[in-house]
Design a protein around this ligand. Structure first.
Ligand SMILES: [Fe+2]
Length: 244
């Protein structure tokens, strides 16, 4: 193993400014095999090489993950000692579970609507078996929610996933219109997250500077966010199990 592949030490991570810490994490998350940034399925949508059956499986497994991961936001709520953060979590959950703020629907349901527009059977997607890659990711949120400080899963979502959403989902929306005949209506799940996560802006830096203050918390945020990114990459990669 070369020195360059070694993770920074706890002390090195603790010495970074919140901006540099988040910048380092984001750089790691854009490497091959990690996170959603430039994930192969995005390029495959853009060149039209991912097939509709592959997209339906991708939709199904992404749906199963997000619908089963949302309860673990509740674990963050229970463990968070800051009332203002808890209030934000309740609002986020109400939007995720009912679409209250945007006047839409539960976000997992919006994802299924895209699957239906592709020709997928929504009842079958709802009751499908969650494949091992998806289970590992969902269960990692269970682990973080129950076994790590509340700020760890929050950072993993904010830095590891949401901060890459505007760029990634913008590419997906364009490719879905161009190559798969999708309308604005079919793509509400993707478009609404572009706006929502662009508004969240520097939330990751705020989480780190306000709440992940000890060296141990910094260390846990670093490693758990990267692991979330790796597991997310693998979950999005399940489309390859359907022959092209
Ligand atoms: Fe959402």
């Amino acid at each position: 193993m070369s020195v360059a592949t070694l993770a920074p030490s706890t002390d090195e991570l603790a010495a970074l400014t919140p901006e540099d810490f988040v910048g380092l994490l984001r750089a790691e998350l854009t490497k091959p095999g990690c996170g959603m940034a430039d994930h192969p399925i995005v390029g495959a949508m853009e060149d039209g090489s991912v097939t509709v059956p592959q997209l339906v499986l991708f939709c199904e497994q992404f749906y199963l993950h997000i619908s089963r991961m949302l309860p673990w936001i509740g674990a963050i709520y229970v463990n968070c000692p800051f009332e203002d953060v808890r209030t934000t979590l309740v609002k986020n959950l109400a939007e995720e579970c009912m679409g209250i703020e945007t006047g839409t629907k539960a976000h997992p349901e919006l994802l299924l609507e895209w699957g239906a527009a592709l020709g997928g059977d929504t009842d079958a997607m709802r009751t499908a078996e969650q494949l091992p890659a998806g289970r590992r990711l969902t269960e990692y949120f269970e682990f973080m929610g129950l076994c790590r400080d509340w700020c760890v899963p929050l950072a993993a979502i904010g830095i590891g996933l949401e901060s890459f959403v505007p760029d990634t989902f913008t590419r997906i929306v364009a490719a879905q219109k161009q190559n798969y005949g999708m309308s604005e209506e079919d793509l509400i799940f993707w478009t609404m997250h572009i706006l929502a996560d662009a508004e969240h802006g520097d939330e990751g830096i705020e989480i780190v500077s306000e709440y992940a203050r000890t060296p141990e918390q910094r260390d846990a945020v670093y490693h758990c966010t990267l692991e979330t990114g790796r597991l997310f990459y693998d979950m999005w990669n399940v489309y390859r199990t359907v022959p092209a």
